[in-house]
Design a protein around this ligand. Structure first.
Ligand SMILES: C[S@@+](CC[C@H](N)C(=O)[O-])C[C@H]1O[C@@H](n2cnc3c(N)ncnc32)[C@H](O)[C@@H]1O
Length: 290
């Protein structure tokens, strides 16, 4: 897919014409740590993922597979982990995937007889879902903090590194997920393991020495020459994330820290076999709505 492709058919847009990636994510964006609120973070994410969707999919698409459900760079596969419950129990379940990207996980769920809806803020990411699946799934463009669904619409919700690491107000997202889930529904999401924030984001030995305070929640921001954020990531400690899910009314059933498997020799940004064998890279929160 190239940037000229502009298929919109098959994507329901619930962003109400919000700001698109209107400004340039130039290579000379400055990396800093500073506050970034909800609106600024959302706008930056939408622009960044629109501009970088092609590169992301060409770089990671083979590892992700078109219809696999991978929780993160370690390669933990839902087919083995069954964090959403046994695969044979997925049949007929309404599932919301948040920050779905090209909807690989949703495609895996659909193959098990579930009825997934793939939601993402980035139109370009959803175009990749169309490229792979040719309209095989419902695709919704929306912000995870304002889900365009009725209360109690889904049996399950999931997210592999989608939305949660990028939002300023994660409790708002947790509450929205809680609202659209039916009682007893499970919500499973993966994020960068919070310990990673204390280390440089480098795959080699330089990424093995603590360089920042784990307790510093100041967001990581890349900004253009006018000071506008073009990329934002938000840090929460492990305790913060637990409090976020509990504040939204969930019970935390498990916190999975996938170990780096021997078969996985590939690097993904700052994730690497070297670091993966020493410190966790991903945290997967398994939550349930009462
Ligand atoms: C690291 S990618 C993960 C995509 C996919 N889950 C995967 O494993 O390849 C993060 C995704 O989250 C989406 N995202 C970021 N902020 C979001 C938000 N506020 N609401 C919905 N999606 C968001 C991005 O557009 C992007 O597709």
């Amino acid at each position: 897919m190239n940037q000229e492709d502009d298929a919109t058919e098959g994507v329901y847009d619930a962003t109400h014409g919000g700001p698109e990636g209107a400004w340039d994510d130039s290579d000379d964006a400055e990396a800093t740590r500073r506050d970034a609120g909800d609106a600024e973070s959302s706008r930056a994410s939408r622009g960044w993922w629109d501009r970088n969707a092609d590169e992301y999919q060409s770089e990671h698409g083979a590892f992700l597979g078109d219809d696999r459900f991978v929780w993160g760079p370690e390669g933990l596969d839902e087919a083995e982990a069954a964090l959403l419950g046994p695969a044979d129990g997925l049949h007929g379940k309404d599932v919301l995937e948040i920050g779905a990207g090209a909807a690989q996980c949703s495609r895996w769920l659909a193959a098990r007889g579930a009825r997934p809806v793939a939601l993402d803020l980035s139109h370009r990411m959803l175009q990749h879902a169309l490229r792979i699946g040719e309209g095989d799934l419902p695709l919704v463009q929306a912000d995870a903090g304002a889900l365009p669904f009725r209360d109690g619409s889904f049996d399950l919700a999931c997210s592999a590194y989608g939305a949660v690491p990028f939002v300023a107000d994660p409790v708002k997202v947790m509450r929205e997920v809680h609202r659209v889930l039916r009682p007893g529904g499970r919500w499973v999401f993966s994020v960068t393991h919070p310990i990673r924030w204390a280390f440089p984001d480098e795959p080699g030995p330089e990424g093995l020495s603590v360089s920042a305070s784990y307790f510093d929640r100041t967001p990581y921001v890349e900004q253009d020459e006018t000071g506008r954020a073009v990329y934002v990531e938000h840090h929460r400690t492990v305790g913060d994330r637990v409090r976020d899910v509990v504040a939204a009314g969930f019970r935390l059933l498990d916190l999975v820290e996938p170990e780096w498997p021997a078969w996985n020799a590939q690097e993904w940004g700052g994730w690497s076999p070297l670091r993966g064998n020493l410190i966790p890279g991903t945290a997967v929160f398994v939550c349930e709505r009462d």
